[in-house]
Design a protein around this ligand. Structure first.
Ligand code: GLA
Length: 431
């Protein structure tokens, strides 16, 4: 290589994020949607942004089976810091609300096998009006977070402009690399650029960040979930190619267990986020979560769809006039997820189709309904009916049993599976 080529290669190496993290979408808990900027610890001690809130959530994650399912991040959002930097110019936690400081909180989480995320802003102030990270403070703040043993950093974009952001987001990648600590990097940059090319350079983002917020904030309502879903699937051809292990589009938090969604809608959010290979950050109260919400959020089959190692973001394949929409995500081991979603508001809709009509090749398949655990064998040509509730989903995990080496399961080493299988000729009705 001649010299300019070597220099260019080095420059590129140094500027790409190299933490090796998030080979599958991150999972955990994030304060913002549910707790906002509640700093009134005197009157609202249980819900205010304080170390107590994050320790409470850490206790729940580690004691109620969440951690084992992959929900390991406990992420602080805005309003954690003091209104002033310290005498050396460093960010500092609000001393009243975080008396132990962030390092102690990180220790508390690490002992429990959890990870800590923190929040900052590439501008003069955070969106909530707390000290921001201007260009001159990027290295200092990255080093502070590394000293505190933080594991993830969300970099917001209020109170700045396009020019500053174009410098700041890549500089933070370099600064995080330079700390030597693997710190996952969540960039809100594209959300401030309108989310689409040519303003957003997704190739560059993939080199700089582990995940990125493309669109507006989620609120505690079905309307909000739907506006996010519509945006992500209307722009799926742009977004899908850039999702891969270590690099994720982020449609924002799960609001399951809060106030705005019915049980049907909660099942829909979980299913749609799994199809999108989205980060799964719950923003809810794990101390008082209903058992219904818990069952949805702890559904192992949906989590494994979300966490599939291929990391392919799924797509909407059909938008029927009836209001039924169909989504599909290719998964490892020749399997896939198939989702039927109803945008109707009247009654359960009986949708009739076949796997052949939904892009499946000739063959026989086993489908498992991930919410009812019912399973069914279907030929590609078999017509079937799914009944989809208003604002609800039916989600299937689809495998092709013909491709499995079933001989391993039989004494004489011969494939007896076809003999044991019952051929189903009727039109099966699910649910
Ligand atoms: C922005 C972000 C939110 C949250 C708030 C905090 O609106 O998009 O996710 O971090 O700021 O003020």
């Amino acid at each position: 290589m001649n010299q300019p080529v070597i220099i260019l290669a080095l420059a590129l190496c140094a500027s790409a994020l190299d933490n090796g993290l998030m080979s599958t979408p991150p999972m955990g808990w994030l304060a913002w949607e549910r707790y906002r900027c509640d700093i009134d610890c005197e009157n609202d001690p249980k819900n205010c942004i304080s170390e107590k809130l994050f320790m409470d959530m850490a206790d729940r994650l580690s004691e109620d089976g969440w951690r084992e399912l992959g929900y390991v991040y406990v992420n602080i959002d805005d309003c954690w810091s003091s209104k002033q930097r310290d005498k050396d110019g460093r960010l500092q936690a609000d001393p009243k609300r975080f008396p132990g400081g962030i390092k102690k909180l990180a220790d508390y989480l690490h002992i429990r096998g959890l990870k800590l995320g923190i929040y900052g802003d590439m501008g003069t102030h955070t969106c909530g009006g707390y000290p921001g990270t201007t260009l001159d403070k990027i290295e200092l703040d990255a080093n502070t977070f590394a000293e505190w043993e933080v594991d993830m950093f969300k970099f917001d974009g209020c109170y700045s402009n396009a020019t500053v952001q174009a410098q700041g987001y890549p500089l933070m990648t370099k600064a995080l690399n330079a700390t030597g600590r693997p710190i996952a990097y969540s960039c809100s940059w594209p959300a401030y650029q309108g989310g689409l090319p040519p303003k957003v350079n997704y190739t560059q983002l993939g080199e700089l960040c582990n995940l990125w917020r493309n669109y507006g904030d989620i609120q505690d309502s079905w309307d909000s979930v739907m506006s996010i879903v519509d945006w992500f699937f209307e722009n799926q051809d742009v977004l899908i190619p850039f999702a891969e292990p270590g690099k994720w589009n982020d449609p924002d938090m799960l609001i399951i267990g809060d106030f705005g969604l019915s049980m049907e809608q909660s099942r829909s959010q979980m299913a749609l986020w799994a199809i999108m290979a989205a980060p799964l950050f719950m923003s809810n109260d794990l101390r008082t979560l209903s058992s219904g919400a818990r069952v949805i959020l702890q559904n192992k089959m949906i989590i494994s769809i979300n966490q599939d190692p291929l990391g392919i973001q799924g797509r909407r394949i059909l938008k029927e006039k009836s209001g039924i929409q169909i989504f599909q995500r290719p998964l490892s081991k020749n399997t896939s997820a198939l989702l039927f979603f109803s945008r109707r508001a009247d009654m359960p809709y009986r949708y009739k189709t076949s796997l052949a009509k939904l892009n499946y090749t000739t063959g026989s398949y086993k489908v498992i309904d991930v919410y009812t655990f019912k399973s069914l064998e279907l030929k590609d040509s078999t017509e079937f009916v799914v009944s989809v509730n208003p604002s609800g989903v039916v989600m299937w995990y689809v495998t092709a049993p013909a491709k499995l080496n079933t001989r391993l399961y039989f004494r004489d080493g011969l494939d007896q599976a076809p003999v044991r299988e019952q051929v189903q000729n009727d039109i099966p009705v699910l649910l």
